[in-house]
Design a protein around this ligand. Structure first.
Ligand code: G6P
Length: 367
């Protein structure tokens, strides 16, 4: 087993460090300068134009990738997208028909609820595109089309490289739909593709500069609650950050839309409560900043995450984690990495079983 960990103490850390490679492999042969190539999606332009609605269905971390997918597809393709937890979707008679595209996201391709949701959607005539990491898995076999993430085997229960490659999967699908339906200017597509190509090296840069996250983790050893806040895509990825922390360190962690704090959660912010504030969505930056100032006024300990070029956040938080520059739409792929590392080092510092957290399984094949 030690050999399989390739010198890392845990599978989770190994998998976090594999992300530059996984991100690169998932893009291989799928990008041209101003176009995405998805030969595995066997749909005619006419079929692609016939969709009136998109559902994204998944569980756990894959569902979090779906939330980002919703924002991107709605923004780029101008089609309404609903994101559903598979165990909800399958029991609520969702409005699915032959004009519906259902995107099923599953690392293992074997999650029972996700598979049942896929079958239910298929019965109702929907077209099913799967984003999965396991070739020949049940989800891969039963979907009409499959976009594989090339993360390689993921062993740790807490998902890391599967999530970041799933995000690439939804980006590729969103661009593909947009270029076919003509909803994005070529210049915009070109800009996104240029930014996509930089991601693997940027992920590596974050890993190379991550020593300070290990130090930061020490201050979480005695913590009981932590909050993750952000707006838009930052909020979506905050949910994944909170899930990482809670599942492997057993610290109660909650993600909140920053603007919604004042409707309840703010009551829980007291002296020294750690708040991880994501601020990469520059169109709502000032609004997020005002929420950061609100929690700081309640004496929270705020750790901000933003781009290196942002010299402003520093003044309003206790600590900043800086990210390499990318476009807002791709920021989640980088933002999550320091949060994965934080969860990892907190779990180690608290003496938890990082790779096998209590009560959880890698693949939930029972309902
Ligand atoms: C379990 C795993 C999670 C995963 C979820 C969905 O809960 O512990 O890491 O996100 O299942 O799994 P899937 O294989 O369908 O992505």
């Amino acid at each position: 087993v030690a050999a399989e960990k390739a010198g890392y103490d845990h599978f989770m850390l190994k998998e976090i460090y594999e992300q530059p490679r996984a991100l690169r492999d998932t893009l291989i042969s799928r990008l041209e300068d101003d176009k995405v190539v998805l030969n595995e999606v066997d749909l005619t332009a006419e079929q692609l134009r016939s969709f009136r609605k998109v559902f994204i269905v998944a569980c756990g971390t894959a569902w979090h990738a779906g939330l980002v997918g919703k924002t991107l597809i709605e923004r780029w393709v101008r089609l309404p997208v609903e994101v559903d937890i598979a165990s909800e979707f399958r029991y609520r008679s969702p409005l699915v028909d032959e004009h519906t595209l259902v995107v099923v996201i599953s690392q293992s391709g074997e999650t029972a609820d996700t598979l049942a949701a896929l079958r239910e959607a298929k019965r109702n005539g929907a077209r099913i595109v799967a984003i999965t990491n396991v070739v020949g898995s049940s989800v891969a076999r039963e979907a009409h089309d499959v976009i594989y993430t090339w993360a390689g085997p993921e062993i740790a229960v807490a998902s890391t490289k599967a999530y970041t490659t799933q995000l690439e999967g939804v980006v590729l699908l969103g661009l593909y739909l947009a270029q076919t339906r003509g909803t994005l200017a070529t210049e915009k597509i070109r800009k996104i593709i240029t930014a996509l190509r930089r991601l693997p090296a940027q992920a590596q840069e974050i890993l190379d500069e991550s020593e300070h996250i290990k130090d930061l983790a020490q201050s979480f050893v005695e913590v009981e609650d932590a909050f993750f806040i952000g707006r838009g895509l930052d909020w979506n990825v905050a949910m994944e950050g909170a899930l990482k922390l809670k599942e492997i360190s057993y610290i109660h962690a909650e993600a909140y839309a920053a603007g919604e704090l004042k409707h309840g959660t703010l009551a829980l912010i007291t002296d020294k409560t750690p708040v991880i504030a994501l601020a990469t969505q520059m169109d709502v930056y000032e609004k997020t900043l005002s929420n950061i100032i609100e929690v700081r006024a309640r004496d929270a300990r705020v750790i901000g995450i933003t781009f290196k070029s942002n010299k402003d956040l520093d003044k309003s938080v206790d600590r900043v984690i800086y990210l390499p520059e990318t476009i807002g739409e791709l920021a989640p792929i980088l933002t999550v990495i320091p949060m994965q590392l934080l969860a990892y080092y907190v779990s180690v510092a608290r003496g938890c079983d990082v790779d096998k957290p209590r009560n959880l399984a890698k693949s939930v094949t029972v309902e």
